[in-house]
Design a protein around this ligand. Structure first.
Ligand code: S3P
Length: 432
């Protein structure tokens, strides 16, 4: 489907509540299904990706019900599903579940096949398959890609130094470690989001953390608990970007997750000249959250240091969109991981920005973007939700209307995006 966005004629104003955090929702669904007894989840993200993970847990035997905006799960006893587990577009879903199931005792001697859509089937799975195999896992893949066929069996713990900062790899190994004999210890070259390390102790798991890693003992059981999912900063980032770009705008964002391993986008926006007022909310246990306020301002280009990359990994498409309207050049380096997301985000953003007249040059591990005027035109999401939303936000500051093809992929993480943007005053509508 095509999304048609008109250049903004008026300021964006209002109070905004972000949808539930995608990463935290995936983890709550998986741990809720693994844990004995009841898990209650509030703020769960209603999106194609997180529904796929919840559906997979139900197919594995967890009972799932929903009432009054709360999800209730009864887990703790898994059975082999009668059909393939379809994780759709979700890298987090397939990687975390592969780890969780690879050694699960209820599934020993059985088979579980995990599949995904076209995009997920070309994303690298070797990064989890190799370390899981060295724990004793039996996993068949198609040349390091999904479909993945697991033959769950007993595992042993592992000491592993990840070659890249990746929360998905770390979390897959931690979840596998829960079923292993002995300890699993993981270190990373940089800081990746720590939602799994924060959530596991709430389910009764003993886990030790160090500066660059974490460790847990195997054969631990999980106990159901209450999970409060905060608003998704990655989704809120599109709204913040729109507020920064459209002159005269002022938007209040309520209860957004502010996990310090995840909030690099705020640092980047501030370094571009944005002033973002932040009021932390109390009562957030595992995941810190707060209210934010953004107002439009002139943005300046900047050099983004490689160590900032994992802290804002999902926000680079929208940062690149903002860079197109900033004064001066933005240089991104050390961001080669962007090439293995829902699309090759470096190549795709450079390609689509240049269609709108933006001057860009692509590098193996980043891009240079010269800010200035942005023309109207036709662009494509390449099946990537964050590319679609980044281009939609930039379109508000373009000289003419922008049509975004294949924008329906927005549903994977943020089905309410267009309605929320309209409510704040943006002019965007679905074409056919
Ligand atoms: C995620 C981790 C990141 C991120 C993804 C969600 C997670 O991926 O890009 O959208 O929930 O753990 P990597 O860990 O592969 O960098």
């Amino acid at each position: 489907m095509r999304l048609i966005v008109q250049p903004a004629q008026r300021a964006l104003q209002g109070r905004y509540r972000a949808p539930g955090d995608k990463s935290v929702s995936h983890r709550a669904a998986i741990l809720g299904g693994l844990a004995e007894g009841e898990t209650r989840i509030t703020g769960f993200l209603d999106s194609a990706d997180t529904r796929a993970t919840l559906g997979a847990m139900a197919a594995l035997g967890a009972s799932v019900s929903e009432a009054d905006g709360e999800i209730r799960m009864q887990g703790g006893r898994l059975r082999a599903p009668t059909t393939d587990l379809d994780l759709g577009n979700s890298g987090t879903g397939i990687r975390l579940l592969t780890g969780a199931l690879a050694g699960h005792p209820d599934l020993h001697g059985q088979r579980v096949r995990l599949v995904g859509d076209e995009s997920l089937s070309v994303r690298p799975m070797g990064r989890i398959i190799e370390p899981l195999r060295s724990m004793g896992a039996e996993i068949d893949s198609v040349d390091g890609h999904a479909p993945l066929t697991l033959s769950p069996r007993p595992l042993h713990g592992l000491r592993y130094e990840q070659p890249m900062a990746s929360a998905q790899v770390k979390s897959a190994l931690l979840l596998a470690g829960l079923n292993a004999e002995g300890a699993t210890e993981i270190t990373e070259p940089g800081i990746s989001r720590d939602h799994t390390e924060r959530m596991l102790p709430a389910f009764g798991v003993r886990l030790q953390r160090s500066e660059r890693g974490c460790r847990l003992d195997g054969q631990q059981r999980l106990q159901g608990t209450f999970c409060q999912v905060p608003g998704d900063l990655s989704s809120a980032a599109f709204i913040m970007a729109a507020g920064l770009l459209v002159e005269g705008s002022s938007i209040e964002l309520a209860a957004v997750g502010l996990n310090p391993t995840r909030d690099g986008v705020l640092r980047v926006l501030e370094a571009m000249g944005a002033s973002i007022a932040c009021e932390p909310t109390t009562g957030a246990d595992e995941e810190p959250a707060g209210h934010l306020r953004v107002s439009s301002c002139r943005l300046a280009g900047l050099d983004i240091a490689p160590e900032w990359v994992p802290l804002a990994i999902d926000e680079f498409p929208v940062i690149m969109a903002l860079a197109a309207r900033a004064e001066g050049t933005t240089r991104i380096r050390g961001a080669e991981e962007l090439r293995v997301k829902e699309s090759d985000r470096l190549a795709v953003m450079c390609q689509e920005l240049s269609k709108l007249g933006v001057s860009v040059s692509e590098h193996a591990d980043g891009a240079d973007i010269a800010g200035g005027r942005v023309q109207g035109g036709q662009v494509d999401s390449h099946g990537d939700h964050r590319i679609a939303m980044s281009l939609a936000v930039l379109a508000l500051a373009a000289d003419g209307p922008v049509e975004i093809e294949n924008a329906e992929w927005i549903r994977t993480s943020y089905p309410g995006f267009v309605d929320d943007m309209r409510r704040l005053g943006a002019d965007m509508e679905w074409g056919d």
